[in-house]
Every structure is written in structure tokens, then in C-alpha cells.
Write a protein that binds this ligand. Structure first.
Ligand code: C5P
Length: 217
């Protein structure tokens, strides 16, 4: 039994990829496994929080005891995020939200045509920025930044531009860490402070992230 440092707190976590439909049988998505978000959900539960886990389609099992909300598209994720965020003390955006979706979703299966097909995509809403902009009952808002270069400067600008309270940055150019891996290394940034979390399992690092954020609540 671990110290219940999050007793009485509600944490909402987004995890996994989104799927952006093209027609009834096709979609655009990414390789997010959901492992980091699910590990955060598990850690938050073990430290006494009530956890809402808003998840895109993944193959891993949700920790027993979370309130699992399944979504597919970024627009569905936005709706659920804005529904749960005002009832939450903390919101952690760990989902790999597709940046774009199809401008038009065909209502019948698209038929094969010429040798080229042009798709028009439109930008998806920035979910964590929308949560951080909530006027009443805004939760403590934590984002992730996966970068392949200039990790510190990109992470700090996301912290500022999205109006987050904390951001967890990882260098995804390092092989065996981050995307789809069981391991991760993170640097946590607040507006006036930072903490390095060296490479370890996602289970371990999730605990460290939750403990660090609990200290700053
Ligand atoms: O801008 P970028 O995608 O790198 O920012 C990453 C952070 O923003 C993550 O916390 C991610 O969950 C969140 N995000 C979001 N909605 C988007 C894009 C990213 O909530 N449309």
C-alpha cells in the first residue's frame, strides 16, 4: 500500500492514438500504444486518485478501477475532455492526437479511381489547449511533448503557448525510448523549474511524474 498522496483528487488522463475517419472502412491514425497514459492512470490510482481514462483504440488493458471512456476521433476526445476536465483536479494530455482530419468524411466506401488520390485535411482542435483555456474550474493541466530535436526550447514554448502548468518532454530520437517502447526518459518543466527523470520503465517513470505533479498541486 503506497502513501495516498492523491486521496480525494480526480485525475483525467487522455491516452492512445486518435482515428480520423475517411469513409466507413478507413481512417488516418498513428502508432501510439497508449502505454505511457495507461501507466500514469495506474500510478494515479495506486496513489489514491479517482481516475478517468479517455482512450483511443489500443490493445492494452485498462487498469482495474479506472473509469474508462473510449473514443476514436479527436472531436470525440475533445467532447469528453471538456466534459470531464471541469470535474477534475488534474488533466493530463498524453494522447497522440492526430493533427489533421479529413475535411469530408464519405458516407459510403470510397471507390478506387485514378492513379492518384488527393485528400484534403483540416486541422484538429488542440485538446489540451482547450482544457487549459477553461474559465471555470480549470484543472491543473499537464501536457507531453515528444521531440526529435531542440527538446527544451520546443517543450518550453508548448508549456507557454498552450497555457499548461507542467509539461513532460521526451527525446523520441533516442532508440528504445518513448513511442511504443516500454521505457522512457523525461524532463519535466514548470514555468520556473525543471526536473530530469532518467530512463526507466514507463511504470516507474509514471510514478515519478505523478509524485512530482502532486508536489506542485
Ligand atoms: O503540439 P504537440 O502535439 O506536440 O503537443 C503535445 C501535447 O498536446 C500533448 O500533451 C498532446 O496530448 C496535446 N495535444 C492535444 N491536441 C492536439 C494536439 C496535441 O491535446 N490536437
Amino acid at each position: 500500500e503506497q502513501p495516498q498522496i492523491l486521496a480525494g483528487k480526480t485525475i483525467t488522463i487522455t491516452a492512445g492514438p486518435t482515428r480520423e475517419p475517411l469513409d466507413p472502412v478507413r481512417f488516418i491514425s498513428n502508432h501510439s500504444s497508449g502505454k505511457m497514459g495507461y501507466a500514469l492512470a495506474q500510478a494515479a490510482l495506486e496513489l489514491g486518485a479517482q481516475v478517468n481514462l479517455i482512450s483511443g483504440p489500443v490493445t492494452i488493458k485498462a487498469p482495474a478501477g479506472v473509469n474508462l471512456i473510449n473514443i476514436e476521433s479527436a472531436e470525440q476526445l475533445l467532447n469528453e475532455a471538456l466534459n470531464y476536465a471541469p470535474q477534475s483536479d488534474v488533466f493530463i494530455g498524453c494522447a497522440a492526437v492526430a493533427d489533421y482530419r479529413a475535411a469530408n468524411v464519405a458516407d459510403q466506401k470510397m471507390k478506387k479511381q485514378g492513379d492518384e488520390l488527393t485528400l484534403t485535411l483540416v486541422k484538429n482542435p488542440d485538446i489540451i489547449a482547450a482544457v487549459a483555456a477553461i474559465k471555470n474550474n480549470r484543472p491543473y493541466t499537464v501536457g507531453f511533448a515528444a521531440e526529435t530535436q531542440n527538446v527544451e526550447s520546443y517543450a518550453k514554448s508548448k508549456l507557454k503557448n498552450k497555457n499548461l502548468d507542467m509539461i513532460c518532454a521526451n527525446d523520441v530520437s533516442k532508440s528504445g525510448l518513448g513511442f511504443n517502447s516500454d521505457h522512457n526518459a523525461l524532463t519535466l518543466y514548470w514555468h520556473d523549474e525543471s526536473v530530469e527523470l532518467p530512463a526507466t520503465s514507463k511504470t516507474q517513470i509514471a510514478h515519478q511524474v505523478i509524485e512530482q505533479l502532486a508536489k506542485h498541486l
